[in-house]
Design a protein. Structure first.
Length: 167
């Protein structure tokens, strides 16, 4: 997302890009408006990205429009943030998380309220992992499974999906 884009949400589903243009053109000419719609129904999902030609007006537009009433709803207006892995405004690209490696075992992930973290268990291998996110806990469990394989040849057969008989 470029630094001249606003994220606008919580507007009624009947709101069109023309309606949003009328609201935001008071601050700067509009380069682009993308009202996000549901793929199946084509109906607005209640949020949009408004790209302004003059990025210096963003703070004023946010201050004046955020939390204001529009057709019975409270608008939420913030500066848009880019997706993970998307190029930053200065052209630098943040490092992408590498995908999880193929793993042939069931991983059970549960929120542990007392520890305030996720616990991931691989019951067949008897290993656990923990993390702030479900994916982080799964990565930790997979790492523990790989460590167990290196330490115990029998576990190596199990973790690779083979039985101790080799099939």
């Amino acid at each position: 997302m470029s630094s001249n884009t606003l994220f606008v949400s919580n507007f009624p589903f009947t709101t069109t890009d023309t309606d949003l243009r009328e609201i935001f053109e008071k601050y700067s000419p509009i380069s682009n408006i993308r009202v996000i719609t549901d793929r199946q129904t084509g109906r607005s999902r209640g949020y949009a990205f408004v790209e302004m030609e003059d990025p210096s007006v963003l703070p004023r537009a946010i201050e004046e429009l955020n939390e204001t009433s529009y057709r019975g709803r409270r608008l939420v207006v913030n500066e848009a943030k880019g997706r993970p892995g998307e190029a930053a405004p200065n052209g630098d690209r943040p490092a992408k998380a590498r995908p999880l490696p193929p793993f042939r075992y069931r991983i059970v992930v549960q929120w542990q309220e007392d520890a305030h973290e996720y616990d991931a268990e691989v019951p067949e291998l008897g290993v656990h992992g923990a993390g702030d996110t479900p994916e982080g806990a799964m990565r930790d469990a997979i790492r523990h499974a790989e460590t167990a394989r290196e330490d115990d040849p029998a576990q190596e057969c199990l973790a690779s999906g083979l039985t101790s008989h080799g099939f």
